[in-house]
Design a protein around this ligand. Structure first.
Ligand code: ATP
Ligand code: MG
Length: 340
């Protein structure tokens, strides 16, 4: 097992402004095979990721399906053990209570056999919070704060709409007054109008309770609306990171540019107008069989010879706290000629 250079769970604030600091986070899934069922291969789902989330802010994580977004969220919450690096369960427990997750599909994340009131009070029961009477009051208060009529507490999930189910999922997530929520595609299973209302609710809660969010989505327009900082992921790594406005106004990595150029629903004629220099070629590689050097080079319209050497570092772009993992930003490697 490969070891981490440093503990990825430096959860405790390093300054009053940062709630979470992650460094060198890795999660590899072994693949077993053969008659001895040995590890024959591994999926490097998350492969050395660093980021910091300031208290009360939203970090938006974007990237194509399979790039490792959910794995980051689950590993932070210890639903997956990270590959290397450790913290004892005892140390982690109080922190764990402070971190909760809201899943994409409320239908599968809520137990269909339980009533809303039992679903929402479950974390309270698990953590021995309050008396029965106090828990009942807390459930009413929570349903009210997520905009659910309190009388719905006697219903089962299948008697609720998609938006209402997600409100229940959010009520459950905030039951223990966490500081940090992982929101894993929290609106992507919902109708567009309902999506907007759930996003609004999340923003209100953030303001009222001072929550910090890791907001995972493949929808860049949504991320542009909700995030303060954006990390763009490709094959287990963050390839570009910066303030939201800088990422959208001044994207630097060819992958970010490709994602952004595909942002609007285009008809076929409009699509033909996108220059080839902006588009990613082909399909995302099998994560078990990643290209060496820059992992994006096999699809990159700008790839040139240093890209199949060492993996590029994160280079500063000139904007404050904006960096991209691309040799085009490296003075030493950058080709002469017209602006790329
Ligand atoms: N429990 C697991 N065992 C083995 N491989 C896994 C496991 N969970 C995820 N993976 C693999 O890790 C990679 C990253 O998966 P992950 O679910 O984190 O991607 P994602 O960015 O959340 O994708 P999506 O946008 O589709 O939700 C994928 O190749 C996936 O197949
Ligand atoms: Mg996912």
């Amino acid at each position: 097992m490969s070891q981490l250079d440093s503990d990825p769970f430096e959860h405790l604030p390093t300054s009053d402004d940062d709630l979470l600091r992650v460094s060198g986070l890795k999660k590899h899934f072994p693949i077993h095979g053969g008659i001895l069922n040995r590890e024959v291969d591994r999926v490097r789902a998350v492969d050395g990721v660093d980021f910091t989330i300031p208290r009360g802010k939203t970090f938006g994580l974007v990237g194509e399906s399979g790039c490792g977004k959910t794995t980051i969220g689950k590993t932070l919450l210890r639903l997956h053990e990270p590959t290397g690096g450790d913290l004892s369960a005892k140390e982690f427990k109080p922190i764990k209570r402070d971190m909760q997750i809201v899943f994409q599909d409320p239908s599968s994340s809520l137990n269909p056999r339980r009533k809303v009131k039992d679903i929402v009070s479950e974390p309270l029961v698990v953590h021995g919070w309050g008396t029965g009477e106090e828990r009942r009051e807390r459930v009413d208060e929570l349903l009210d704060s997520v905009g659910m009529p309190v009388q719905h507490k006697h219903k089962h999930p299948n008697q609720l709409s998609g938006g209402q189910k997600q409100r229940v999922g959010i009520a459950r997530a905030i039951a223990l007054n966490p500081q940090f929520l992982v929101l894993d595609e929290p609106t992507s299973s919902l109708d567009v109008s309902v999506q907007a209302r759930i996003v609004h609710l999340l923003e209100e809660l953030q303001e009222e309770i001072g929550l910090t969010y890791l907001f995972i989505s493949h929808d860049l327009s949504l991320i542009n609306n909700v995030a303060d900082i954006v990390g763009v992921m490709y094959l287990g790594r963050i390839v570009e990171m910066g303030k939201t406005e800088d990422i959208f106004r001044n994207p630097q990595h060819p992958y970010t540019r490709a994602l952004l150029s595909a942002i609007k629903p285009l008809n076929d004629r409009d699509r033909e107008l996108i220059p080839d220099t902006l588009l990613a070629k082909g399909e995302i590689p099998d994560p078990r069989d990643q290209p060496g050097g820059c992992a994006f080079r096999t699809r990159c319209p700008k790839a040139f010879e240093p890209c199949d050497g060492d993996e590029p570092n994160l280079y500063e772009t000139g904007d404050d706290e904006h960096a991209a993992r691309c040799y085009l930003l490296d003075e030493e490697h950058r080709p002469d000629g017209p602006p790329w």
